[in-house]
Design a protein around this ligand. Structure first.
Ligand SMILES: Cc1cc2nc3c(=O)[nH]c(=O)nc-3n(C[C@H](O)[C@H](O)[C@H](O)COP(=O)(O)O)c2cc1C
Length: 223
C-alpha cells in the first residue's frame, strides 16, 4: 500500500471485533509515527496505550458516571468546537451526523437512540486497544498541530498493517475519569482518544463513507 492508498483507505471505524492487535505491531507503528514532523522537533506527543483489564475498568467507570444522574457534570479542558459553529463548518458537521444516523436508521427526532449510539464512544466501539494522546498544557496551537500529524501518521501506518482506528475527541469530556486509570502527570492535558482494532465488517455503521468538500471550496491557486 502506498501513501495515497493508505490515505484513501483509512476511515473512522465505529464497530470492532474482539481480535487482538499484536503488541509488537503497535509498538512498531507508534515508533514509526513518531517520525512525523514537529516544529523545532519538540515531539510534543505523550501516549498511553490501555488494553485488557485497565480498559475494562475504564469503560465501566465512565459508563457508571454517564448513567449516574448524581455524578458531577463533566468539566472539559477545551471546547470540541467553536460555539456557535459557523458556516460552512456547521453544515458539514450536520451532514456528517445525518449520514451516520441515516445509515443506522435512526431518525432525527429519536434523541435517545442518537445518544445511545454516541455513548458507544465510551466503550471505544468495543475495540481491544485504546490509546490516549496527551500534550503538555504549556504547549500552544503549533504543538497541537504537531499532535495531529502524529495521529494521522499513526493511523496511516496502522491502515497499512490492516488495523483500523477511530480518533475520539469524545474522551476529552471525561478526561478526569480517564486520568483515574492513566494517571498522567498534572502538566499533561488529554487531547483525544484513539480506538484501535479490526473492523467488524458486518456492522452497518462501518459502511459510512464520508464526503469531502471539492478543492475549489477551500483552496486558491495564485499564479
Ligand atoms: C481529532 C478527531 C477527533 C474525532 N473525534 C471523534 C469522536 O469523538 N467520535 C467519533 O465517532 N468520531 C470522531 N472523529 C472522527 C470524525 O468524525 C471523522 O474523521 C470524520 O467524520 C471523517 O470521516 P473519516 O474519518 O471516516 O474519513 C474524530 C476525528 C478526529 C480527527
Amino acid at each position: 500500500m502506498d501513501v495515497e492508498e493508505a490515505l484513501l483507505a483509512r476511515r473512522s471505524i465505529r464497530a470492532f471485533t474482539d481480535r487482538e492487535v499484536e503488541p509488537e505491531l503497535l509498538a512498531r507503528a507508534l515508533t514509526t509515527a513518531a517520525y512525523a514532523p514537529s516544529g523545532g522537533n519538540l515531539q510534543p506527543w505523550h501516549v498511553v496505550v490501555v488494553r485488557g483489564e485497565p480498559l475494562r475498568r475504564l469503560v465501566n467507570r465512565v459508563t457508571e458516571r454517564i448513567n449516574d444522574p448524581a455524578a458531577p457534570a463533566p468539566t472539559p479542558d477545551y471546547e470540541m468546537y467553536p460555539s456557535p459553529l459557523k458556516s460552512p463548518y456547521r453544515e458539514r458537521r450536520f451532514r456528517n451526523g445525518e449520514m451516520l444516523y441515516d445509515l443506522l436508521g435512526i431518525p432525527r427526532e429519536d434523541r435517545v437512540a442518537r445518544l445511545r449510539q454516541f455513548a458507544r464512544n465510551y466503550r471505544f466501539f468495543d475495540a481491544p486497544v485504546a490509546l490516549f494522546l496527551y500534550v503538555d498544557r504549556d504547549m500552544g496551537r503549533p504543538q497541537w498541530a504537531d499532535l495531529g500529524m502524529f495521529l494521522q501518521s499513526l493511523m496511516l501506518v496502522l491502515t497499512e498493517q490492516g488495523v483500523d482506528t477511530c480518533p475520539q475527541v469524545a474522551w476529552s469530556t471525561y478526561h478526569d475519569t480517564v486520568a483515574e486509570i492513566t494517571a498522567p502527570p498534572a502538566e499533561l492535558m488529554l487531547c483525544c482518544g484513539l480506538a484501535i482494532g479490526y473492523a467488524d465488517t458486518a456492522a452497518p455503521v462501518n459502511r459510512l463513507r464520508t464526503e469531502r468538500a471539492p478543492l475549489q471550496e477551500w483552496c486558491r491557486f495564485l499564479d
